[in-house]
Design a protein around this ligand. Structure first.
Ligand code: ADP
Ligand code: MG
Length: 723
């Protein structure tokens, strides 16, 4: 093992940078060349068939069989012209990553082999998927799961395989993936938002959610990564003393990008751009070896597919550069973790961003409607939003002093805060009502908001000019989960809004007065969720508690809300999850939580017993040898007092670690026999995980005591600064 670290260091230090070839100097020359987009489809299909595809993409109309045949044949021709030999349905099971099962186009026939791809094969596949998590939905006796084509996300080529984005559902029609519920939620949102839009503009026919995902990640040399079993088994370092230099100088953020990393970024971006992922931004992040990339925002379903694809791609391309991408939310204790800011807004088919303040008072009433309803939705369902970002990894990050806390609150910026305060306290006077002077009752909203530049980075949910930004999503998460919830709660809120406004109109109130009256009421009701101060501070924790806002610090209890009566009513009304699905998801998330902790606990045990303690004893023996020698030579005690001190301290740390690892194992055993997943998850959280930090503390002390040449694991300074 000892040699392994130094071998890895040698390898890491002798890397050469692979040459990166760009297909062209102009990105527009190669953007999307590996995507079977509408433009290409149009070339292959009859005008009639193409129209069917368009309406299916826009309105979710099913595609008739003959058209599917035509599309399949077109896809096959195009894919084969690009060298593809296989196709796969590409889907997002609840494991968190993406899945694919490749089939060849090739088919033997009595007259010789041919390449075939039928409409049926395009529309549906039946992966033998009995080992994907289903939370009990798919018992093995009915193990069939189906993938079904999502025509709203275009097929693409990865390597030599044509990938077709699909949903993944059980034989009985229940969702086994992330995409199916998202599509349902988007549908509900579209209807609810269009209905509300019609108060202002009858010509609006569709509202799409849009999403831009900023993706943070760490890079580490592959050889060093492979010399750290904790990293490659769990995605994070379970031990490691912080290097002398960390992020305290703040010299990494937006700094110049190291050459080797730059080559990687270019390579990865080129592939992403060929796949139609519109990557636009790259920069260094706060921690050493931490980076970020961000695309231009897109329709939300596509943006999420693209982010899932991107994470996969980042990892594949990294291998060519002998890097490993760490998408874990907290790879290094003591440094910033990684998140995935979800920039979200609502855009109509007429091209209007509903969260962008307008020029005229009428437009502003429309803006206020969607703005205030979003705030109210988050206020009503803050716990559900919290649950949607909960994971064992994200528990390390939320509230860890550099990421938003686990308390959901909303930052608006001073100007908009003032606007809402003004509306709240203003009176919709009789005069205004009678003289149609309502517009004077709406405060002016400046089009360019100051706070657009001066953003409060400590807020989990912030308004940033013309969009809301959910910052609490973890870097490795599939954004579909939080985005399903966000769109769902906003949809539900808009429906309630419509019903509240219509009630007033039926009572004889003028439309605009009715709108403003309900907005005003919502502003008042949802006030406690708004917070402009420092979300990282302890004072905020206290104040939030006084305001009645929840603070679920860890996952097992944060997930309770998924099966609460209130949530179930929301799910029932919108039809996004049925009861079985909600319970299944709850169980899957709990299981994933304790299984990951179980793996971490095992790795801690193995590393401590087989790697750390032997290294410590090895060095201790050398010191004992040395002391014995000095004694023999007749030296006084003072001459080896330092050695004696270190010998003693090593012994103390080793003892502590040994006893605590045993205790950890016992707690694990106790937890493992608990039947109920929630009870087991809580036991893992409160009884098992609590041993990690004290063990780590003593291991890290040993790292500081022991001869560097004998220390077996690459150190933080090596992981973070060698590239
Ligand atoms: P930051 O300073 O937070 O990094 P950026 O201006 O770089 O902000 O934008 C972050 C992301 O927000 C990008 O992906 C961008 O395309 C996206 N974005 C911008 N406008 C919208 C919008 N109206 N809806 C959704 N996403 C948007
Ligand atoms: Mg941002």
């Amino acid at each position: 093992m000892t040699n392994f670290r130094f071998k890895a260091l040698e390898t890491a230090l002798s890397r050469t940078i692979p040459e990166v070839k760009m297909p062209s100097t102009k990105i527009s020359d190669y953007f999307g060349i590996n995507v079977f987009d509408h433009k290409k489809l149009k070339d292959y299909l009859s005008a009639e068939a193409f129209k069917t595809v368009l309406s299916s993409t826009n309105d979710g109309e099913p595609i008739p069989r003959e058209t599917a045949e035509q599309i399949a044949s077109a896809m096959k021709s195009w894919a084969m012209s690009k060298g593809a030999t296989h196709y796969t349905h590409w889907f997002q099971p609840l494991t968190g990553s993406t899945a694919e099962k490749h089939d060849a186009f090739f088919e033997p026939t009595p007259d010789g082999a041919i390449e075939r791809f039928s409409g049926d094969a395009l529309a549906q596949q039946e992966p033998d998927a009995s080992s994907f998590p289903s939370g009990g939905i798919r018992n093995t006796f009915e193990a069939r799961g189906y993938t079904a084509w999502d025509p709203s996300s275009p097929a693409f080529i990865m390597g030599r395989t044509l990938c077709i984005p699909t949903v993944f559902v059980s034989y009985t029609g229940e969702a086994l993936d992330y995409k199916a519920p998202l599509l349902k939620a988007l549908n509900v949102l579209d209807k609810a938002a269009v209905d509300v839009c019609h108060y202002f503009d009858k010509s609006i026919e569709k509202v799409n959610a849009s999403l831009g995902i900023e993706q943070e990640y760490f890079l580490v040399d592959l050889a060093l990564f492979n010399a750290r079993p904790d990293l490659y088994m769990t995605g994070r370092t379970l031990f490691g003393h912080m290097s002398a230099k960390g992020q305290q100088l703040e010299d990494h953020y937006f700094g110049s990008i190291p050459e080797r990393v730059y080559a990687y970024m270019q390579d990865m971006e080129t592939e992403a751009l060929c796949l139609g992922i519109p990557l636009k931004t790259r920069h260094n992040e706060v921690a050493p070896s931490q980076f970020e990339c961000a695309p231009i925002y897109e329709e939300i379903n596509l943006a999420i597919d693209h982010n899932q694809l991107l994470m996969d791609l980042m990892d594949r391309v990294a291998k060519r550069h002998n890097f490993k991408v760490l998408l874990h939310e907290k790879p290094y204790a003591g440094l910033n973790g990684s998140g995935k800011h979800n920039n979200w807004s609502l855009i109509t088919n007429t091209g209007k961003n509903l969260l962008s303040p307008g020029k005229t008072p009428k437009n502003n009433l429309m803006f206020l409607t969607f703005f205030v309803n979003t705030i109210k939705a988050v206020f009503e369902h803050a716990d559900l939003l919290r649950a949607s970002i909960a994971s064992v990894n994200n528990d390390h990050r939320l509230g860890a002093n550099e990421a938003p806390p686990a308390i959901i609150s909303i930052f608006l910026g001073t100007q908009l805060n003032d606007v809402l305060d003004e509306i709240e306290t203003s009176r919709i006077s009789k005069k205004i009502k009678d003289d149609s002077m309502l517009w004077q009752g709406i405060p002016k909203i400046p089009q360019i908001l100051q706070d657009n530049t001066d953003r409060n980075r400590t807020s989990p949910f912030a308004f940033t000019g013309n969009k809301f930004e959910l910052r609490a999503v973890g870097s490795s998460a599939n954004s579909a989960d939080p985005m399903t919830i966000l769109n769902l709660i906003v949809a539900d809120q808009l429906k309630k809004f419509k019903s509240d406004v219509d009630k007033l109109i039926r009572k004889g109130e003028k439309k605009d007065v009715a709108l403003l009256t309900v907005i005003k009421r919502y502003i008042k009701e949802s006030k406690s969720i708004r917070f402009e101060g420092n979300g990282y501070s302890e004072d905020w924790e206290k104040e939030a508690a006084a305001r009645g806002l929840n603070n679920f610090k860890t996952t097992p209890k944060a997930l309770d809300v998924l099966i609460s009566e209130k949530t179930q009513r929301l799910f029932d009304e919108t039809g996004v999850y049925n009861r079985r699905e909600a319970h299944a998801r709850h169980e899957i998330l709990l299981e994933s939580f304790f299984k990951k902790l179980q793996i971490e606990a095992r790795v801690i045990g193995e590393l401590v017993n087989n790697t750390i303690i032997p290294a410590a004893i090895n060095y201790q023996s050398k010191l004992v040898e040395n002391v014995r020698g000095l004694k023999e030579l007749g030296f006084d005690k003072e001459m080896y007092a330092a050695q004696m001190d270190v010998i003693g301290r090593i012994g103390e740390h080793v003892n502590f670690i040994k006893t605590n690892v045993e205790e950890l194992i016992n707690e694990r055993k106790r937890a493992n026999v608990m039947e109920d997943p929630r009870t087991r998850a809580i036991a893992y959280d409160e009884k098992v995980k609590t041993h990690f930090a004290p063990i780590r503390y003593h291991v890290d002390k040993l790292e500081q005591l022991i001869d560097d040449a004998l220390w077996p694991l690459p150190k933080f300074r090596e992981l973070l600064f060698i590239k």
